[in-house]
Design a protein around this ligand. Structure first.
Ligand SMILES: NC(=O)c1ccc[n+]([C@@H]2O[C@H](COP(=O)([O-])OP(=O)(O)OC[C@H]3O[C@@H](n4cnc5c(N)ncnc54)[C@H](O)[C@@H]3O)[C@@H](O)[C@H]2O)c1
Ligand SMILES: [Fe+2]
Length: 381
């Protein structure tokens, strides 16, 4: 039987196959009587979403849904969602989906009670204290991909639809009150999303593990998270209905998000502008830029990566690890260069500036400069 457990780290998590059936109980635990289920357009028409609404309806909780959510959701999606939340008199949000549905759902619960524009709550210094914490509605998170880890995170990523910049909105109360991790929900992911989200989880663990900040707890979690991806992403790629491997990927995703409290780095600093400008899939973009970032960071992380290689059963130290990443990408059909995702060279200057301003840039083990960042884009495209 695939693993089943209740955890309270970093929030209450009901983990196990089939546990979406506890959705109504989770609403009771979070004090919701009239939840709004938020998901993206693609998921809205799938049976897993219909089933979730059915479960709510059967428990007398209604079947309200908001699904006007784009991949890489923006402030217009947020405004529309807040309007639906308020008009419906809802008292909480069920954020249901991949990172897009999860983040936008969390942000609706947050923003509905605020008077300042959402951009005032960007993850800078203590800006989160500007928010009225008491007005934040409770959140239940139900991930349907295994990648972003947003289900255990205190942030939501929002793209500015005018400037195309991705901003991280932070508040401690964006942490869901209850999370249901049901690996069965991830079985229907298109293969390319299984790969992209799995590589996002790996990127979170790798960047957290590599970042120079002192956070030994995250360090340990990141290392084990990499092992879970190494052993299970090939399995779910080969057989999407392997529930045990899907469960391990779901754990790895949550672990990546817990670990990246320690910091992210150039993979995400590049991937955020690329995603914002070209609307590429976040995790797939990370997978493409990973090897050139490893090369750039090598002088700072060689020894640390060699230790990870040891733990992961990879021989050859840093070189062995690098070859493993190349091999994993090739086996999963990840393109070698960004050009295959539709990224051109014409906006490199702009993206270089955006990357240097990205909050992830500060966690890169080698200081990012206009020169090395531009060179990275050149190498990745
Ligand atoms: N909050 C965070 O900490 C954090 C971290 C990393 C990324 N993100 C954000 O998350 C977003 C990406 O999330 P994602 O990679 O999970 O992709 P996604 O949520 O954009 O979903 C990708 C596609 O897969 C479909 N899909 C999702 N689950 C499915 C399922 N079970 N069956 C069939 N189809 C399914 C969706 O409809 C969508 O079309 C980006 O906006 C990124 O910026 C947030
Ligand atoms: Fe990510």
């Amino acid at each position: 039987m695939s693993p089943r457990a209740n955890w309270s780290y970093p929030t209450a998590i009901r983990f196990g196959a089939g546990r979406v059936s506890e959705l109504a109980e989770a609403c009771a635990a979070a004090g919701m009587k009239k939840p709004l289920l938020v998901t993206d357009r693609g998921l809205a028409s799938l049976p897993i979403t219909a089933n979730a609404l059915e479960l709510l309806d059967a428990a007398g909780l209604g079947r309200a849904i908001f699904a006007e959510v784009d991949p890489n959701p923006n402030e217009k999606n947020l405004e529309a969602g807040v309007a639906v939340f308020e008009a419906g008199g809802h008292d909480g949000v069920i954020a249901f989906g991949g990172g897009s549905g999860l983040d936008l759902g969390k942000l609706i619960a947050f923003q509905a009670g605020q008077t300042r524009p959402v951009w005032d709550f960007e993850d800078i210094g203590d800006w989160w204290t500007r928010a009225n914490g008491d007005a934040i509605a409770p959140i239940i998170a139900v991930p349907t991909t295994a990648g972003t880890g947003s289900e255990v995170g205190r942030a939501g990523v929002l793209t500015n639809s005018i400037t195309h910049v991705k901003k991280i909105i932070f508040h401690p109360k964006l942490l869901p009150a209850v999370t249901i991790c049901d690996p069965e929900l991830t079985v229907g992911m298109p293969k390319i999303i299984t790969v992209g989200t799995g590589m996002d989880a790996f990127a979170h663990c790798l960047e957290a593990y590599s970042s120079p900040f002192y956070h030994p707890m995250s360090q340990g979690i990141a290392l084990e998270g990499m092992r879970l991806v190494k052993e299970n992403l090939p399995l779910v790629f080969a057989d999407g209905s392997n529930i045990d491997a899907r469960a391990e990927m779901m754990s790895a995703a949550a672990m990546g998000a817990v670990a990246f409290q320690k910091g992210l780095g150039a993979i995400h600093a590049l991937s955020h502008p690329i995603g914002a400008v070209y609307n590429t899939h976040h995790g797939m973009t990370n997978a493409v830029v990973m090897p050139p970032v490893l090369v750039m960071n090598r002088p700072a992380i060689e020894e640390r990566i060699a230790r990870a290689a040891n733990y992961l059963g990879i021989s050859g130290g840093f070189d062995g690890f690098y070859d493993f990443v190349l091999g994993l990408r090739a086996d999963l059909g990840v393109p070698d260069k960004l050009a295959a995702l539709g990224v051109g060279r014409d906006r490199i200057d702009e993206m270089t500036e955006m990357a240097l301003e990205d909050p992830s840039a500060g966690g890169n083990p080698v200081t990012m400069t206009p020169e090395n960042t531009r060179a990275l884009f050149e190498a990745c495209i």
